[in-house]
Structure formats: structure tokens, C-alpha cells
Write a protein that binds this ligand. Sequence first.
Ligand SMILES: [Zn+2]
Length: 280
Amino acid sequence: MEAILPELPEVECLTRAVARVLDGRRITAARFFRADLRDPIPTEAFQGLIVGETIEQTFRRSKYMLVKTSAGYAVFHLGMTGNILCYDSPTPQHPHTHAVFTVEGAEAKRYLHFVDPRRFGRIFCVEGERYEDHPFLKDLGHEPLEARALGRHLFEASRGSKQAIKTFIMDARVVVGVGNIYASESLFKARIRPTRPAGKVPREAYDELAAAIKKTLRASIAAGGTTFRDYKAADGSPGYYKVRLQVYDRTGEPCGNCGSAVRERRLGGRSTFFCATCQK
Ligand SMILES: [Zn+2]
């Protein structure tokens, strides 16, 4: 099985949990224990744009968590192993704690700890109102849970494409947050073979696929709960929410619809699972 990264549902659940701690309150201190993660951490910008300002809103865009003040945004990405944990102590509780943020509001102080053993995560800042123009954010495609006409968008964006449909829907410039697990599961639900050229898939099939993507992501978010503790797996790493997977990582097991053995193949360098009977 491939390494499981924090995917859109994990980031959504963590964002909701962080929003409950931050929104309407202030980060009154930011302590960084190293100068960089995947990139240098802009500690001065963080002090100027975030520290001391009231947090207006904490929200998610793709797999980025954005924390908005009147001066700008703090942006967090969890990379492969990142997490944000809430404690009532500023003392690092984990050997890979890279930042601790003091949160003051109506009640006692709380502390958000940014932890990331492999350090592929990111912390950066955006000055001003517009986060959409930042280089990491400007090319992101539709949000799958917000896009009303996702099926139409996928259909129109795929015309002329010879890419396999699974590779196409995993392209964050088209639609964000459809990771490897969600792509396999959604294509199974929509009964579409992952290898089909995206440009040949008809409009109705894209409508079914869009519904399947939303359903799969929502089920995972619902399974994830919204507490900090739930986000962390027993081994301390971010855990993929255990929803019942129908094809992913079930090579050779009987398909729940028809009983045929689930197949596996590499596609775009990624493990891909499907039922050759149900998915055409
Ligand atoms: Zn089947």
C-alpha cells in the first residue's frame, strides 16, 4: 500500500477544528523552532500580518488551511506528515514540533502546535485581501464540494484530452482534492474504467462521476469527526479516515456489486484499483 498523505477530508476536518479555536480570537505569540520546513518560514511576515490581529476566518482551499486577519493570511500545508494539535501548554509535546502559536480569547490561553516529522509541510503568509494570486494557490482548480456544475466543468475541461480519466481527475488544475484513493473509489461508484481517455467520456458519465466524487469526499469528512484527537492516528501520524473502501487496496477481493476480482494496475505512476466487469 502506498503512503497515505493528509488528503482533502483530513485537511477539512482539521481546518474546522482549528477554526473553533482561532476564529474571533488572536494569536498573541508565534514561536518557531526552525527557520524552514519545505521552504523558509517567513517569520517576520507572520509577526506583522498575523500576530496580534483578530482572526476573522479559518478556511480551506484545496489542501491549504488559510487563517485570515485584516492584514493578510497565514497559510499552512501539511505536506506528508504535518499536523496541528491543540494543547493548554506552550511546551512542545512532540519531538517534531516546529512552531507553537499562543491563542488568546475569551477563555484560558490555548496553544496550537505545528508538528511535521518529515517536514514537507509549509507555513507561509500572504499580505492583503487576495490569496488567490499567490503562486501556490493561483492555478488551483475547482473545489469539488463547492462546485455546483462540477460534472459540466469536468466534461468541458476534458474535451480533446487523451489522458486516462483517473489521471485527469487527479490534476489539481482541473479539480482539487481528488487524491489517489478518492479517484479509484469515485470511478468505481460511477462505473467508469480508470483507463478511459478523459476526452471520450460523455457528459452524463461526468455528472455521475461528479456526484460520486462529492459523495466519497463527504463520507470521509463525516467519518473523520471534527476533533483534534480524531485526526491523529494511533501511531501519531495523520490517518486516513477509515471509510469502507470498495476497490482501493482490495486487489483480488470480490467486487461488492458483481463478485469479480478487483484488479490493480499502475496508471500515471499510481496504484489503481477497479472492477473490469462493472467499470466500462
Ligand atoms: Zn464488479
